[in-house]
Design a binder for this molecule. Structure first.
Ligand code: ADP
Length: 356
């Protein structure tokens, strides 16, 4: 009845004052967290109602007024809530270190780099076991580049056994679908395919697993980055602006999800005419170097645009395997050395991952 009298029968000024007092009382009983939720971090100053006249009426001023301690607590609370929403990272059973090879754009030589990097890691350290996982589910190229065909066998525990060539254990969506079958998949199907490729492969024991990512910065990249611990990312780009812009986005994405970026590979940086030996920078000369400087990253190496690299890939005889003494193969071998130099120390034992 008190309220009825106040709002129903008093003067406009009394009604405004009543409203203000009611609002302040409500703020007093709201916890700080509720205020944050409802008003997005804005609170009424001191609940004493700092009121100023404006256009004949009085307006309650809302000011951002968190103390350092409050905003620190808020930050912690936010990151707790965020981390609750993220999948828990679990290592891939038997795999010590995962290196992802990514690019912003398609067609810049990411898969070629992934294949030759895997072979170069194995060639540089013959005692190390290396695998290659193709999660480029829409355009898997690893079967062709590694000259592999066929369906993976199942192990006793119903896991897919990778196919093996040139000493590298390989798994790809290309082994599970027809070569020319169009993959018209919705997001959920893609995610389920990724889950299978990450969790249902019997890798045995691997020192390095090189992962050929799809181009871009979409769901697959995020899902892979959030589900498994990644030792480092290698970003491949040609030196042209259009590819570099996307490579920049790729590097930033990995940083956001706390994946260390090991560096950039500048692919197709120079073409040397086989006849006159004249060098042409078809896609520009130093674009990736400039980007590396901007991002405070290293260039892991330069790969020239070379007919042998293309032919070797297309015939399923990657250059590091088929022409290991060539300058092009040596460029990949150097990149592998740089990659290993930048990796964090590997775990002492091969990870076990019960309950996948
Ligand atoms: P992405 O994985 O980025 O889509 P690919 O690795 O499939 O790119 O390469 C695209 C094409 O370019 C392939 O035919 C490959 O053989 C060729 N290619 C890649 N790098 C080079 C290079 N350095 N010199 C010549 N051809 C290359």
């Amino acid at each position: 009845m008190e309220a009825e009298r106040c709002y129903g029968t008093s003067s406009p000024r009394a009604r405004r004052d009543g409203f203000r007092i009611g609002l302040q009382a409500a703020f007093r009983v709201m916890g700080v967290w509720l205020r944050l939720l409802v008003f997005g971090g804005v609170s009424l100053r001191g609940c004493g109602g700092a009121c100023v006249p404006l256009g004949g009426s009085r307006l309650l001023i809302c000011r951002r007024q968190f103390s350092g301690a409050e905003s620190e607590t808020l930050k912690q609370r936010r990151s707790q809530i965020m981390s609750r929403g993220l999948p828990k990272q679990k290592p891939i059973e038997g795999v010590k270190q995962v290196i992802v090879v990514a690019s912003g754009k398609g067609g810049v030589g990411k898969s070629t780099t992934a294949v030759n990097l895997a072979l170069a890691l194995a060639a540089n350290e013959s005692s190390k076991a290396v695998g290659l996982l193709d999660v480029d589910v829409y355009g898997p190229s690893i079967p062709k580049m590694m000259n592999l065909k066929g369906n993976p066998e199942l192990s006793q525990s119903n896991l897919m056994r990778p196919l093996l060539n040139y000493g590298i254990a390989c798994m790809s969506m290309g082994f599970l679908v027809e070569e020319t079958a169009p993959l018209v998949w919705r997001g959920l199907m893609v995610m389920s395919a990724i889950e299978k490729l990450l969790r249902q492969v019997d890798w045995g024991q691997l020192d390095y697993l090189v992962v050929d990512m799809p181009p871009g910065t979409g769901d697959v990249q995020l899902s892979v980055s959030q589900n498994i611990p990644i030792s480092g990312a290698v970003i491949v780009s040609t030196p042209q602006d259009i590819a570099l812009m996307d490579a920049h986005r790729g590097a930033e994405m990995f940083r956001k999800v706390h994946v260390p970026v090991l560096g950039l590979v500048q692919n197709m940086s120079v073409f040397q005419c086989p006849k006159c030996k004249h060098k042409t920078h078809i896609f520009g000369a130093d674009g990736a170097r400039r980007l590396a400087r901007t991002l405070d990253l290293d260039i892991l190496g330069d790969i020239p645009l070379h007919l042998n690299i293309r032919e070797a890939s297309d015939t399923g005889q990657p250059i590091v395997f088929s022409q290991p003494e060539s300058d092009e193969a040596k460029a990949y071998l150097r990149i592998a050395t740089e990659v290993v130099r930048r990796l964090p120390p590997p775990p002492e034992s091969f990870p076990k991952c019960l309950g996948n």
